[in-house]
Design a protein around this ligand. Structure first.
Ligand code: ZN
Length: 479
Protein backbone atom coordinates (compact mmCIF):
# COMPACT_ATOMS: atom_id res chain seq x y z
CA UNK A 1 0.00 0.00 0.00
CA UNK A 2 2.85 2.36 0.67
CA UNK A 3 6.43 2.28 -0.47
CA UNK A 4 9.19 4.34 1.01
CA UNK A 5 12.36 4.53 -1.01
CA UNK A 6 15.46 5.80 0.69
CA UNK A 7 17.46 8.52 -0.94
CA UNK A 8 21.10 7.83 -1.47
CA UNK A 9 21.96 9.95 1.54
CA UNK A 10 20.59 10.71 4.96
CA UNK A 11 18.86 7.35 5.18
CA UNK A 12 19.34 7.15 8.91
CA UNK A 13 17.77 10.56 9.37
CA UNK A 14 14.66 9.68 7.44
CA UNK A 15 14.17 6.14 8.64
CA UNK A 16 12.43 7.03 11.87
CA UNK A 17 9.97 9.18 10.00
CA UNK A 18 9.21 6.50 7.44
CA UNK A 19 8.47 4.02 10.15
CA UNK A 20 6.20 6.51 11.88
CA UNK A 21 4.42 7.40 8.63
CA UNK A 22 4.10 3.77 7.69
CA UNK A 23 2.18 3.09 10.87
CA UNK A 24 -0.21 5.91 10.16
CA UNK A 25 -0.71 5.00 6.54
CA UNK A 26 -1.48 1.42 7.33
CA UNK A 27 -4.01 2.56 9.92
CA UNK A 28 -6.14 4.33 7.33
CA UNK A 29 -9.50 2.72 6.57
CA UNK A 30 -9.68 1.02 3.18
CA UNK A 31 -12.83 2.99 2.30
CA UNK A 32 -10.57 6.03 2.02
CA UNK A 33 -9.20 4.52 -1.19
CA UNK A 34 -12.31 5.50 -3.14
CA UNK A 35 -10.98 8.70 -4.77
CA UNK A 36 -7.25 8.98 -4.85
CA UNK A 37 -5.20 11.73 -6.46
CA UNK A 38 -1.50 11.40 -7.11
CA UNK A 39 0.90 14.33 -6.98
CA UNK A 40 4.63 14.65 -7.56
CA UNK A 41 6.72 17.54 -6.32
CA UNK A 42 8.98 18.94 -3.64
CA UNK A 43 8.14 19.38 0.05
CA UNK A 44 8.22 22.89 1.51
CA UNK A 45 8.05 23.67 5.25
CA UNK A 46 7.30 27.20 6.46
CA UNK A 47 6.92 28.59 9.98
CA UNK A 48 4.94 31.77 10.76
CA UNK A 49 5.95 33.83 13.80
CA UNK A 50 3.90 36.67 15.30
CA UNK A 51 5.36 39.89 16.66
CA UNK A 52 7.60 39.02 19.65
CA UNK A 53 5.84 39.73 22.92
CA UNK A 54 2.36 39.21 21.49
CA UNK A 55 0.47 36.20 22.75
CA UNK A 56 -0.56 35.22 19.23
CA UNK A 57 -0.10 31.67 18.05
CA UNK A 58 2.61 30.46 15.73
CA UNK A 59 1.83 28.75 12.44
CA UNK A 60 3.36 25.86 10.57
CA UNK A 61 2.76 24.72 7.01
CA UNK A 62 4.00 21.62 5.25
CA UNK A 63 3.13 21.76 1.58
CA UNK A 64 3.92 20.15 -1.74
CA UNK A 65 5.09 22.25 -4.69
CA UNK A 66 3.93 20.10 -7.59
CA UNK A 67 5.78 19.77 -10.88
CA UNK A 68 3.18 21.96 -12.60
CA UNK A 69 3.57 24.71 -10.02
CA UNK A 70 0.50 24.05 -7.90
CA UNK A 71 0.69 24.17 -4.13
CA UNK A 72 -0.97 21.44 -2.08
CA UNK A 73 -1.19 21.42 1.68
CA UNK A 74 -0.05 18.09 3.08
CA UNK A 75 -2.75 17.17 5.58
CA UNK A 76 -2.04 16.77 9.24
CA UNK A 77 -0.41 13.50 10.14
CA UNK A 78 -0.72 14.10 13.86
CA UNK A 79 2.52 14.13 15.77
CA UNK A 80 4.49 13.03 12.70
CA UNK A 81 3.71 16.35 11.03
CA UNK A 82 6.70 17.91 12.78
CA UNK A 83 8.99 15.15 11.57
CA UNK A 84 7.60 15.63 8.07
CA UNK A 85 9.25 19.04 8.06
CA UNK A 86 12.59 17.25 7.90
CA UNK A 87 11.67 16.17 4.39
CA UNK A 88 11.65 19.79 3.25
CA UNK A 89 13.53 19.93 -0.03
CA UNK A 90 12.87 16.26 -0.77
CA UNK A 91 11.16 15.20 -3.95
CA UNK A 92 8.15 13.03 -3.14
CA UNK A 93 5.12 11.28 -4.58
CA UNK A 94 2.00 12.00 -2.55
CA UNK A 95 -1.33 10.21 -2.83
CA UNK A 96 -4.34 11.88 -1.28
CA UNK A 97 -7.80 10.43 -0.88
CA UNK A 98 -11.05 12.18 -0.06
CA UNK A 99 -10.81 11.42 3.63
CA UNK A 100 -13.50 12.84 5.84
CA UNK A 101 -15.03 16.26 6.50
CA UNK A 102 -13.37 17.87 3.47
CA UNK A 103 -9.98 16.97 4.88
CA UNK A 104 -8.04 14.80 2.45
CA UNK A 105 -6.12 11.89 3.88
CA UNK A 106 -2.60 10.83 2.97
CA UNK A 107 -2.64 7.43 1.29
CA UNK A 108 1.11 7.30 0.87
CA UNK A 109 4.11 9.53 0.72
CA UNK A 110 7.10 8.18 -1.16
CA UNK A 111 10.48 9.88 -1.31
CA UNK A 112 11.82 9.86 -4.88
CA UNK A 113 15.59 9.59 -5.02
CA UNK A 114 16.96 12.35 -7.24
CA UNK A 115 19.61 15.00 -7.26
CA UNK A 116 17.05 17.56 -6.15
CA UNK A 117 15.54 15.25 -3.60
CA UNK A 118 18.91 14.72 -2.00
CA UNK A 119 19.13 18.43 -1.35
CA UNK A 120 17.18 17.83 1.81
CA UNK A 121 16.91 20.85 4.07
CA UNK A 122 16.32 19.00 7.32
CA UNK A 123 19.80 17.57 7.83
CA UNK A 124 23.39 18.72 8.16
CA UNK A 125 24.28 22.28 7.15
CA UNK A 126 27.95 23.00 6.54
CA UNK A 127 30.08 25.24 4.36
CA UNK A 128 29.47 28.64 2.85
CA UNK A 129 25.82 29.73 2.92
CA UNK A 130 25.47 33.02 1.01
CA UNK A 131 22.10 34.73 1.30
CA UNK A 132 20.68 37.72 -0.52
CA UNK A 133 18.30 40.28 0.92
CA UNK A 134 15.72 41.59 -1.54
CA UNK A 135 14.13 44.88 -0.45
CA UNK A 136 10.66 45.08 -1.93
CA UNK A 137 8.13 47.92 -1.66
CA UNK A 138 4.40 47.52 -2.03
CA UNK A 139 3.36 49.74 -4.94
CA UNK A 140 1.20 51.98 -2.69
CA UNK A 141 3.72 52.34 0.17
CA UNK A 142 6.62 54.72 -0.39
CA UNK A 143 8.44 54.19 2.90
CA UNK A 144 11.93 52.69 2.97
CA UNK A 145 12.24 51.73 6.64
CA UNK A 146 16.02 51.20 6.39
CA UNK A 147 18.53 52.02 3.68
CA UNK A 148 20.61 49.64 1.60
CA UNK A 149 23.66 50.10 3.80
CA UNK A 150 21.72 48.81 6.80
CA UNK A 151 20.83 45.58 5.02
CA UNK A 152 24.30 45.07 3.57
CA UNK A 153 25.88 45.71 6.97
CA UNK A 154 23.56 43.19 8.59
CA UNK A 155 25.69 40.42 7.02
CA UNK A 156 29.02 41.70 8.38
CA UNK A 157 31.66 39.49 9.93
CA UNK A 158 31.87 41.52 13.11
CA UNK A 159 29.93 41.27 16.39
CA UNK A 160 26.27 41.90 15.64
CA UNK A 161 26.64 40.93 11.97
CA UNK A 162 25.04 37.76 10.68
CA UNK A 163 28.26 36.31 9.21
CA UNK A 164 29.91 36.68 12.62
CA UNK A 165 26.79 35.29 14.30
CA UNK A 166 26.40 32.15 12.19
CA UNK A 167 30.15 31.42 12.34
CA UNK A 168 29.97 31.55 16.14
CA UNK A 169 26.75 29.49 16.25
CA UNK A 170 28.26 26.76 14.10
CA UNK A 171 31.84 26.82 15.43
CA UNK A 172 32.96 28.01 12.01
CA UNK A 173 31.28 25.12 10.20
CA UNK A 174 29.15 27.56 8.23
CA UNK A 175 29.48 31.19 7.23
CA UNK A 176 27.28 33.51 5.22
CA UNK A 177 30.26 35.10 3.46
CA UNK A 178 29.25 36.64 0.15
CA UNK A 179 25.78 37.53 1.36
CA UNK A 180 24.52 40.86 0.14
CA UNK A 181 21.50 43.08 -0.28
CA UNK A 182 20.25 45.03 -3.28
CA UNK A 183 18.48 48.36 -3.41
CA UNK A 184 14.73 48.76 -2.87
CA UNK A 185 12.56 47.80 -5.82
CA UNK A 186 8.83 48.22 -6.41
CA UNK A 187 6.38 45.36 -6.39
CA UNK A 188 3.77 45.61 -9.15
CA UNK A 189 0.80 45.53 -6.75
CA UNK A 190 -0.38 47.37 -3.61
CA UNK A 191 -0.06 45.92 -0.12
CA UNK A 192 -3.60 44.60 0.19
CA UNK A 193 -3.25 42.70 -3.09
CA UNK A 194 -0.68 40.50 -1.35
CA UNK A 195 -1.88 40.95 2.23
CA UNK A 196 -5.68 41.32 2.46
CA UNK A 197 -5.65 41.97 6.23
CA UNK A 198 -2.32 43.53 7.21
CA UNK A 199 -1.27 42.68 10.75
CA UNK A 200 -3.58 39.72 11.30
CA UNK A 201 -4.58 36.35 9.94
CA UNK A 202 -2.46 34.05 7.81
CA UNK A 203 -3.54 34.97 4.31
CA UNK A 204 -0.49 36.86 3.06
CA UNK A 205 0.23 35.48 -0.40
CA UNK A 206 3.80 34.43 0.30
CA UNK A 207 4.08 32.72 -3.07
CA UNK A 208 3.13 35.82 -5.02
CA UNK A 209 5.41 38.00 -2.91
CA UNK A 210 8.31 35.62 -3.62
CA UNK A 211 7.50 35.48 -7.33
CA UNK A 212 7.02 39.23 -7.79
CA UNK A 213 9.95 40.23 -5.59
CA UNK A 214 12.42 37.91 -7.32
CA UNK A 215 11.08 39.01 -10.72
CA UNK A 216 11.44 42.70 -9.79
CA UNK A 217 15.17 42.25 -9.14
CA UNK A 218 15.83 39.83 -11.98
CA UNK A 219 17.52 42.45 -14.14
CA UNK A 220 20.10 43.26 -11.47
CA UNK A 221 20.52 40.02 -9.52
CA UNK A 222 22.29 36.84 -10.60
CA UNK A 223 20.94 34.18 -8.27
CA UNK A 224 23.78 31.98 -9.51
CA UNK A 225 26.08 34.55 -7.85
CA UNK A 226 28.94 34.00 -10.30
CA UNK A 227 29.19 30.27 -9.64
CA UNK A 228 28.56 30.42 -5.88
CA UNK A 229 24.75 30.32 -5.93
CA UNK A 230 22.85 31.95 -3.10
CA UNK A 231 21.37 29.37 -0.74
CA UNK A 232 18.83 31.70 0.76
CA UNK A 233 16.67 34.73 0.15
CA UNK A 234 15.61 37.16 2.86
CA UNK A 235 12.60 39.06 1.54
CA UNK A 236 12.41 42.42 3.33
CA UNK A 237 9.06 44.20 2.90
CA UNK A 238 8.30 47.85 3.64
CA UNK A 239 5.00 47.24 5.45
CA UNK A 240 3.29 44.56 7.48
CA UNK A 241 2.46 41.10 6.19
CA UNK A 242 -0.32 39.18 7.95
CA UNK A 243 0.13 38.00 11.51
CA UNK A 244 3.67 37.07 11.02
CA UNK A 245 7.16 36.95 9.76
CA UNK A 246 7.75 33.66 7.97
CA UNK A 247 10.75 31.39 7.44
CA UNK A 248 11.35 28.08 5.69
CA UNK A 249 11.85 27.01 2.11
CA UNK A 250 10.57 27.69 -1.39
CA UNK A 251 11.19 25.43 -4.38
CA UNK A 252 11.68 27.54 -7.50
CA UNK A 253 13.74 28.16 -10.62
CA UNK A 254 15.75 31.39 -10.55
CA UNK A 255 18.27 32.26 -13.25
CA UNK A 256 18.16 28.65 -14.42
CA UNK A 257 18.81 27.19 -10.96
CA UNK A 258 16.05 24.89 -9.78
CA UNK A 259 16.22 24.04 -6.09
CA UNK A 260 14.77 24.62 -2.66
CA UNK A 261 15.78 28.13 -1.65
CA UNK A 262 16.00 28.85 2.04
CA UNK A 263 13.53 31.73 2.27
CA UNK A 264 12.24 34.23 4.81
CA UNK A 265 9.46 36.84 4.52
CA UNK A 266 9.97 39.83 6.82
CA UNK A 267 7.84 42.88 7.70
CA UNK A 268 9.64 45.93 9.16
CA UNK A 269 9.20 44.74 12.77
CA UNK A 270 11.24 41.66 11.86
CA UNK A 271 14.34 43.50 10.68
CA UNK A 272 13.97 46.01 13.54
CA UNK A 273 15.48 43.29 15.74
CA UNK A 274 18.08 41.09 14.06
CA UNK A 275 17.11 38.28 16.46
CA UNK A 276 13.95 37.81 14.39
CA UNK A 277 15.95 37.55 11.16
CA UNK A 278 18.27 35.03 12.84
CA UNK A 279 15.18 33.07 13.96
CA UNK A 280 13.70 33.03 10.44
CA UNK A 281 17.05 32.09 8.88
CA UNK A 282 17.16 29.28 11.44
CA UNK A 283 13.88 27.98 9.97
CA UNK A 284 15.55 28.39 6.57
CA UNK A 285 18.31 26.08 7.80
CA UNK A 286 15.59 23.57 8.70
CA UNK A 287 15.29 24.17 12.44
CA UNK A 288 11.93 23.92 14.26
CA UNK A 289 11.02 25.81 17.43
CA UNK A 290 12.05 24.72 20.88
CA UNK A 291 9.96 25.34 23.98
CA UNK A 292 9.86 25.72 27.72
CA UNK A 293 8.08 23.12 29.86
CA UNK A 294 4.66 24.66 30.53
CA UNK A 295 2.88 22.86 27.67
CA UNK A 296 0.74 25.92 26.90
CA UNK A 297 1.03 25.65 23.12
CA UNK A 298 3.12 28.84 22.88
CA UNK A 299 6.53 28.00 21.41
CA UNK A 300 8.02 31.44 22.15
CA UNK A 301 8.44 31.28 25.93
CA UNK A 302 11.93 29.81 26.25
CA UNK A 303 14.65 32.39 26.93
CA UNK A 304 17.45 29.99 25.98
CA UNK A 305 17.03 29.64 22.23
CA UNK A 306 16.87 32.01 19.27
CA UNK A 307 14.42 29.44 17.82
CA UNK A 308 11.98 30.07 20.69
CA UNK A 309 11.74 33.51 22.33
CA UNK A 310 14.01 35.15 19.75
CA UNK A 311 14.22 38.52 21.50
CA UNK A 312 13.97 37.24 25.11
CA UNK A 313 17.08 37.75 27.26
CA UNK A 314 18.88 38.98 24.15
CA UNK A 315 21.91 41.23 23.78
CA UNK A 316 21.12 44.66 22.30
CA UNK A 317 23.01 46.30 19.44
CA UNK A 318 22.73 50.06 18.75
CA UNK A 319 22.07 49.51 15.03
CA UNK A 320 20.49 46.09 14.69
CA UNK A 321 18.41 45.97 17.88
CA UNK A 322 18.11 42.76 19.84
CA UNK A 323 20.47 40.09 18.50
CA UNK A 324 19.96 36.37 18.15
CA UNK A 325 21.38 34.20 20.90
CA UNK A 326 22.66 30.67 20.54
CA UNK A 327 20.33 27.83 19.71
CA UNK A 328 20.06 24.69 21.85
CA UNK A 329 22.66 21.93 21.61
CA UNK A 330 19.91 19.65 20.27
CA UNK A 331 19.46 21.95 17.26
CA UNK A 332 23.23 22.31 16.72
CA UNK A 333 23.54 18.54 16.81
CA UNK A 334 20.76 18.21 14.20
CA UNK A 335 22.73 20.48 11.87
CA UNK A 336 25.93 18.47 12.55
CA UNK A 337 27.69 21.34 14.30
CA UNK A 338 28.69 19.30 17.35
CA UNK A 339 31.57 16.92 16.73
CA UNK A 340 30.93 13.31 17.81
CA UNK A 341 33.86 13.56 20.22
CA UNK A 342 32.12 16.46 21.96
CA UNK A 343 28.87 14.58 22.48
CA UNK A 344 28.90 12.42 25.61
CA UNK A 345 26.50 9.51 25.15
CA UNK A 346 26.96 6.67 27.65
CA UNK A 347 25.96 3.26 26.36
CA UNK A 348 26.44 1.27 29.55
CA UNK A 349 25.22 1.86 33.07
CA UNK A 350 27.75 3.71 35.15
CA UNK A 351 28.70 6.76 37.15
CA UNK A 352 30.49 9.31 35.00
CA UNK A 353 32.25 12.54 35.82
CA UNK A 354 32.41 14.90 32.86
CA UNK A 355 32.90 18.57 32.11
CA UNK A 356 30.53 20.33 29.71
CA UNK A 357 31.48 23.78 28.46
CA UNK A 358 29.07 26.53 27.57
CA UNK A 359 27.65 26.53 24.04
CA UNK A 360 29.08 29.90 23.00
CA UNK A 361 32.69 28.75 23.45
CA UNK A 362 34.51 28.76 20.12
CA UNK A 363 36.60 25.66 20.80
CA UNK A 364 36.94 23.25 23.69
CA UNK A 365 38.68 19.97 24.60
CA UNK A 366 35.63 19.15 26.76
CA UNK A 367 32.12 18.10 25.92
CA UNK A 368 29.48 20.44 24.48
CA UNK A 369 26.54 18.20 25.37
CA UNK A 370 25.48 14.90 26.86
CA UNK A 371 22.75 12.79 25.33
CA UNK A 372 21.02 10.51 27.82
CA UNK A 373 18.62 7.94 26.47
CA UNK A 374 15.68 6.52 28.37
CA UNK A 375 15.42 2.73 27.95
CA UNK A 376 12.24 1.69 26.17
CA UNK A 377 11.37 5.25 25.15
CA UNK A 378 11.73 7.47 22.11
CA UNK A 379 12.27 10.39 24.45
CA UNK A 380 15.81 11.33 25.39
CA UNK A 381 17.50 14.18 27.22
CA UNK A 382 20.24 16.59 26.24
CA UNK A 383 22.35 18.21 28.95
CA UNK A 384 23.99 21.50 27.96
CA UNK A 385 25.61 24.49 29.63
CA UNK A 386 24.83 28.13 29.02
CA UNK A 387 26.79 31.07 30.43
CA UNK A 388 26.15 34.81 30.30
CA UNK A 389 29.08 35.45 28.00
CA UNK A 390 29.92 36.76 24.57
CA UNK A 391 28.25 38.83 21.92
CA UNK A 392 25.07 36.76 21.79
CA UNK A 393 24.55 34.85 25.06
CA UNK A 394 25.67 37.73 27.30
CA UNK A 395 22.19 38.56 28.56
CA UNK A 396 20.91 35.04 29.29
CA UNK A 397 19.07 34.52 32.60
CA UNK A 398 22.11 32.96 34.27
CA UNK A 399 25.06 30.58 34.18
CA UNK A 400 23.48 27.17 34.39
CA UNK A 401 23.13 23.60 33.26
CA UNK A 402 20.00 23.00 31.18
CA UNK A 403 18.23 19.67 31.01
CA UNK A 404 16.40 19.46 27.66
CA UNK A 405 13.79 16.80 26.99
CA UNK A 406 13.65 15.74 23.32
CA UNK A 407 10.66 14.05 21.72
CA UNK A 408 11.08 14.10 17.95
CA UNK A 409 7.36 13.52 17.41
CA UNK A 410 6.47 16.87 18.95
CA UNK A 411 5.95 20.08 17.02
CA UNK A 412 8.81 21.49 19.12
CA UNK A 413 11.00 18.46 19.82
CA UNK A 414 13.15 20.16 22.49
CA UNK A 415 11.60 21.38 25.77
CA UNK A 416 13.77 22.87 28.52
CA UNK A 417 12.89 20.97 31.71
CA UNK A 418 11.56 23.11 34.59
CA UNK A 419 11.58 21.82 38.19
CA UNK A 420 8.81 24.24 39.21
CA UNK A 421 5.31 22.90 39.88
CA UNK A 422 3.57 23.93 37.76
CA UNK A 423 6.28 24.90 35.27
CA UNK A 424 6.74 28.67 34.89
CA UNK A 425 5.15 30.58 32.02
CA UNK A 426 8.61 31.71 30.92
CA UNK A 427 11.77 29.81 31.72
CA UNK A 428 14.07 32.61 32.84
CA UNK A 429 13.56 31.02 36.26
CA UNK A 430 15.58 29.05 38.79
CA UNK A 431 13.50 25.97 38.07
CA UNK A 432 15.02 25.75 34.59
CA UNK A 433 18.59 26.37 35.76
CA UNK A 434 20.50 23.56 37.39
CA UNK A 435 23.20 25.02 39.63
CA UNK A 436 26.07 23.65 41.73
CA UNK A 437 24.73 21.22 44.33
CA UNK A 438 21.49 20.49 42.46
CA UNK A 439 20.55 17.13 40.99
CA UNK A 440 18.09 16.23 38.26
CA UNK A 441 16.63 12.74 38.40
CA UNK A 442 14.86 11.45 35.30
CA UNK A 443 11.24 10.67 36.28
CA UNK A 444 11.62 6.98 35.41
CA UNK A 445 14.87 6.75 37.34
CA UNK A 446 16.86 6.07 34.19
CA UNK A 447 19.60 8.54 35.05
CA UNK A 448 20.55 11.45 37.26
CA UNK A 449 22.65 14.56 36.66
CA UNK A 450 24.35 16.28 39.61
CA UNK A 451 26.08 19.62 39.15
CA UNK A 452 29.34 19.25 41.09
CA UNK A 453 31.24 22.48 40.45
CA UNK A 454 31.57 25.49 38.19
CA UNK A 455 34.64 25.69 35.95
CA UNK A 456 36.09 28.57 33.93
CA UNK A 457 33.87 27.75 30.96
CA UNK A 458 31.18 25.42 32.21
CA UNK A 459 30.33 22.87 34.87
CA UNK A 460 31.58 19.54 36.19
CA UNK A 461 28.81 16.99 36.36
CA UNK A 462 28.26 13.57 37.78
CA UNK A 463 25.96 11.57 35.56
CA UNK A 464 24.67 8.28 36.91
CA UNK A 465 23.03 5.95 34.38
CA UNK A 466 20.93 2.98 35.46
CA UNK A 467 22.39 0.83 38.25
CA UNK A 468 26.04 1.77 38.13
CA UNK A 469 29.01 -0.25 39.34
CA UNK A 470 30.61 0.82 42.61
CA UNK A 471 33.63 2.46 41.03
CA UNK A 472 32.83 5.67 39.16
CA UNK A 473 34.35 6.36 35.76
CA UNK A 474 36.34 9.56 35.72
CA UNK A 475 36.07 10.75 32.15
CA UNK A 476 38.32 13.73 32.57
CA UNK A 477 40.54 12.70 35.45
CA UNK A 478 39.27 14.92 38.25
CA UNK A 479 38.01 13.43 41.51
ZN1 ZN B 1 9.53 30.57 14.21
Amino acid sequence: MSIFNPGTRALHQKLGLWIALMGLVLALPCSALAQTSLFTGVVEAIWGDPLPGSSDAGHFRVQLRTDDGALISIPSLGPERAALAQLAGSRVELALSEGTADQPAVQFLRVIPSDQGDAMLGGAVTGSQPWISLLCKFSDVAAEPQDLGFFQGMYANQPGGLDHYWREQSYDLIDVLGSTAIAWVDLPQPQTFYVPTPGSGTDANLNKIFDDCTAAVDAVVDFGNGGNPFVGINLMLNERLDCCAWGGSRFATLDGITKSWRTTWNPPWAFANEAVIAHEMGHGFGLPHSNNFDDDGNPYDSHWDVLSGATASAVSDPVYGLLGKHTLAYHKDRLAWIAPAQRFEPTVDGSYHITIDHLALAATPNYRMARLNVPGSNVYYVVEVRDQVGDYDGNLPGNAVLIVQVDSGRQEPAWVVDADTPPANANNNEGSMWRVGETYVEPGGGFSVEVLAATANGFQLQIVVGNPPLDPVFEDGFE
